[in-house]
Write a protein that binds this ligand. Structure first.
Ligand code: SF4
Length: 210
């Protein structure tokens, strides 16, 4: 029987953060994560405690169980135009599911494939854009890629500890809590003092883009 992928939701939008900020993209949010069940009752005991994403189940827009060709076709059907095709595989933790069959199916439609991963699971080959967002108290196994995006400030994850990894771009993203303005200022100061790092604002939240 062909493998199926569990997908929470699929939608067409603009990438709202990091290097590809502002670029049209289909987001494919895979269900499930290795650092939290996604259920509130488990949050206190989760490895990753501050998740603000609903990735549990398959009940979102276009959510469901798909085979590779079916999923790639659905993603392709949402993208407008034939050039600069871009799909962002996110989650949850997309590395739990994104594999060669789906990568090949998406490439057959001409997509550039990005992944937004917590970096704790080895990746399939031939992903075009690797963005790692490290979480506290985890071991990073994906030590190289295109973009490292760190929520700042965090007690347990300080920027210094990631500078020996091999990424092309290093971003600080202000922690989105009640101290957000202070966190933005802290990111700005850090980037000015440490120009290896760039500021990533969550444009989609400011602009009200889903
Ligand atoms: S790793 Fe990402 S998806 Fe998983 S619980 Fe943490 S923030 Fe949420």
């Amino acid at each position: 029987m062909a493998k199926t992928y569990k997908v929470k939701e699929i939608f067409y939008t603009l990438q709202g953060e990091g290097y590809h900020n502002g670029r049209a993209a289909v987001f494919c949010r895979f269900a499930g994560c290795n650092l939290w069940s996604g259920l509130e009752k488990d949050r206190a005991t989760a490895i990753c405690k501050f998740c603000d994403t609903d990735f549990w189940g398959t009940d979102g827009v276009l959510g469901g169980k798909y085979e590779a060709t079916e999923l790639a076709s659905t993603i392709n059907g949402l993208f407008k135009g034939d050039s600069n095709k871009f799909v962002v595989c996110t989650g949850g933790e997309p590395a739990l599911q994104l594999d060669k069959a789906l990568i090949d199916a998406l490439h057959s439609y001409g997509f550039e494939i990005a992944i937004e991963t917590n970096g704790t699971i080895p990746l399939a080959a031939d992903i075009d854009w690797v963005c790692v967002s490290p979480k506290a108290d985890t071991e990073i196994l994906v030590k190289s890629g295109d973009e490292l995006k760190l929520v700042y400030p965090q007690m347990e994850n300080v920027p210094d500890q990631f500078e020996s990894l091999q990424f092309k771009h290093y971003y600080l993203q202000p922690l989105d809590d009640i101290n957000k303005l202070m966190n933005v200022a802290a990111c700005v100061d850090y980037c000015k003092e440490n120009p290896k790092w760039k500021l990533s604002m969550q444009m989609h939240k400011e602009a009200g883009i889903p």
